[in-house]
Write a protein that binds this ligand. Structure first.
Ligand SMILES: Cc1cc2nc3c(=O)[nH]c(=O)nc-3n(C[C@H](O)[C@H](O)[C@H](O)COP(=O)(O)OP(=O)(O)OC[C@H]3O[C@@H](n4cnc5c(N)ncnc54)[C@H](O)[C@@H]3O)c2cc1C
Length: 290
């Protein structure tokens, strides 16, 4: 199918892009990698009269890492993160999770900012941003603001960003010592969006007890869901398969996924329990290794 007619605008600077968004408001859509927006336009699920293509704003394509933070520009393409040796060391979950996005063709065009603003609750980047307590920076002609995932994601494919705002950068914490990361998902076919995905971090103290843990699942609600009741039970304990299995058993009562043509709600719950156990166990093992 072909999209409805639209005007294509290609600003040369961020300021120019922001003033176009001010001018056209809800009639304009930001175009970045186009891997979600263009299919939606082709299927006539989106009919923006104006496209503001930000893919030429090269100052928004970068990866910067210091001692505390991995900072990634909004139009940085997935493949750049996937192939960064520095990211593998500084934020292993990001390196592992980015490879699960679609296919290499998608990752060569898709952008970090686009995946986050698209806000699909079964997409890897929103789940990783939430699991890792990352944040985003968005700008408009009125100024700049930082948002946590909880402030950003509203519901299915909807954020709290205003139509005149552009996501300019995404920030993830550098992995602390004695910490392990893990992310896993279940897809019906390789490269599909996940039915359910889970991401976890585990930090051990010097005695080897769990000092901090996070668990975030996607595919059970309109936004990624952090399961703090599960991880709270792990704090202060030595990690073991039994401990993690016992704590994850309550997940079936904590999540309420919907059914659709791909899977029943019960099946999704089972996946959620199984994947949560796996990622917490894997993260704990990795934390033991250093
Ligand atoms: C076959 C196929 C399989 C896929 N599988 C997966 C998968 O497994 N996991 C997954 O996560 N994704 C998957 N995707 C989607 C892909 O990852 C998209 O690239 C991503 O969702 C959007 O990034 P983009 O840069 O292409 O954004 P675009 O498509 O250009 O834009 C997406 C949305 O974000 C807005 N937007 C983009 N950038 C900005 C910005 N900087 N500031 C403000 N608004 C912005 C746009 O206006 C639009 O609403 C798949 C896509 C296809 C076609």
């Amino acid at each position: 199918m072909k999209p409805a007619a639209f005007d294509y605008l290609k600003p040369k600077t961020l300021d120019e892009a922001l003033s176009l968004l001010d001018e056209y408001g809800y009639d304009a859509k930001v175009l970045s990698g186009g891997q979600s927006l263009i299919p939606m336009m082709n299927m006539r699920l989106a009919r923006p009269p104006y496209l503001v293509d930000i893919s030429g704003l090269k100052e928004m394509s970068y990866i910067e890492i210091d001692e505390e933070e991995v900072k990634i520009g909004g139009i940085t393409r997935h493949y750049m993160v996937e192939h960064s040796e520095e990211i593998k060391k500084a934020c292993p979950m990001l390196a592992e999770g980015i490879k699960l996005i679609g296919h290499s063709q998608i990752r060569s065009r898709g952008t970090i900012g686009g995946s986050i603003v698209h806000a699909d609750p079964t997409a890897e980047l929103p789940v990783m941003l939430t699991a890792l307590d990352g944040k985003v920076t968005v700008v408009s002609s009125e100024g700049e603001r930082e948002m946590t995932p909880e402030e950003l994601f509203l519901t299915y494919m909807t954020t709290t960003m205003e139509p005149n705002e552009i996501l300019t950068s995404v920030h993830f914490p550098v992995i602390p010592p004695r910490t392990g990361h893990a992310i896993e998902e279940f897809t019906l076919r390789s490269g599909d969006f996940a039915l359910i995905l889970a991401a976890a971090t585990v930090t051990l103290d010097e005695e080897g007890k769990i000092e901090q843990a996070t668990l975030c699942v996607g595919g059970v609600d309109g936004v990624p869901v952090k399961l703090e009741d599960v991880t709270d039970e792990l704090i202060g304990q030595y990690p073991s398969e039994e401990l993690i299995a016992e704590s994850c058993a309550q997940i079936a009562d904590l999540v309420d996924p919907e059914k659709d043509i791909h899977a029943s709600a019960e099946y999704r719950k089972d996946l959620c329990v199984a994947l949560s156990r796996r990622v917490l166990s894997k993260a704990a093992e990795r934390a033991k290794q250093g």
